[in-house]
Design a protein around this ligand. Structure first.
Ligand SMILES: NC(=O)c1ccc[n+]([C@@H]2O[C@H](COP(=O)([O-])OP(=O)(O)OC[C@H]3O[C@@H](n4cnc5c(N)ncnc54)[C@H](OP(=O)(O)O)[C@@H]3O)[C@@H](O)[C@H]2O)c1
Length: 247
């Protein structure tokens, strides 16, 4: 049994991962902004939970985010794994500046605030731990239909890599897992848009949890998106910038 905090557990991938972790017998603390969804998670899962589920309202961009995280860690009696799933993302073909700023705020400032706080917590509580985060395959290339989203996901990929190096230099025995799913059926997808491949949240959660268990550093989900990423990586920049993505 591990003590696991899931930040961004109210809906989508985070909710599904939290559910599978509860079913597997872990002690889970869930966080997110929507308190009604935190409460409904507890209601839905309390009969199968072997350990009480704790919930904490937390906005990753708020100044009190780290204090809220501390409260949740205390309520579950410590932390073995910090799983950061919280994220904002939508296509923004009109390049609406307010939307771009919101995505940037949640996926960079909010991300760094939670991940850094977890790092320091692990460093001062035994010098070991595991930070896992759901980023995306979108960080591989800049996407014209989602500039802030693709750019902030790249930042997250690089931040986790930097943190892995930092932990080694710091002598902290920290596992870091960067989970990079392709499109999955959650509220983040543009409604009514036809996507070529869409994964189920159940599958993404199952594969991601297995990767965390195996201490994998990077986990791209699934094999079809691995192929997509491999092809994208080979496209030279001048050609990439001439590609038109369907809006
Ligand atoms: N679905 C996909 O196709 C896909 C693919 C690759 C990567 N991802 C990544 O997966 C993660 C989860 O997204 P999802 O697809 O599951 O979409 P989702 O259902 O919209 O989930 C987003 C989660 O992030 C939380 N969140 C958003 N802003 C927050 C804030 N300011 N403070 C705290 N929590 C916040 C939401 O909780 P509250 O609103 O309650 O705060 C919610 O739990 C994101 O990082 C996304 O980029 C998704």
């Amino acid at each position: 049994m591990k003590k696991i905090i899931v930040v961004g557990a109210t809906s989508g991938l985070g909710r599904e991962m939290a559910a599978q972790l509860v079913k597997a017998g872990h002690k889970v603390g869930i966080a997110g902004r929507r308190s009604e969804l935190l409460n409904s998670f507890i209601e839905e899962h309390k009969s199968i939970a072997t350990e009480p589920i704790e919930a904490q309202v937390l906005d990753v961009t708020a100044p009190d985010a780290t204090a809220a995280l501390d409260q949740l860690i205390e309520r579950i009696g410590g932390m073995d794994i910090l799983l950061h799933v919280a994220g904002a993302g939508f296509e923004n073909p009109a390049l609406d500046a307010a939307k771009e700023r919101h995505i940037t705020e949640v996926n960079t400032v909010g991300f760094v605030s939670i991940i850094d706080h977890a790092y320091h917590w692990f460093r001062t509580h035994g010098g070991k731990g595991h930070i896992a985060a759901v980023t995306s395959i979108s960080g591989i290339k800049g996407m014209g239909i989602a500039p802030a989203y693709s750019a902030t996901k790249r930042m997250q990929n690089n931040y986790l890599s930097a943190l892995a190096q930092h932990a080694r230099m710091d002598g902290v025995r920290l596992h870091i897992t960067d989970i990079r799913p392709g499109y999955a059926q959650t509220d983040i997808l543009t409604p009514d848009k036809k996507y070529p491949i869409v994964l189920s949240p159940e599958k993404v959660a199952r594969v991601a949890i297995r990767a965390i268990k195996r201490h994998r550093r990077i986990c791209t989900i699934d094999w079809r998106f691995k192929l997509v990423v491999a092809v994208w990586s080979l496209v030279p920049r001048p050609l990439w910038e001439r590609i038109t993505f369907v809006k």
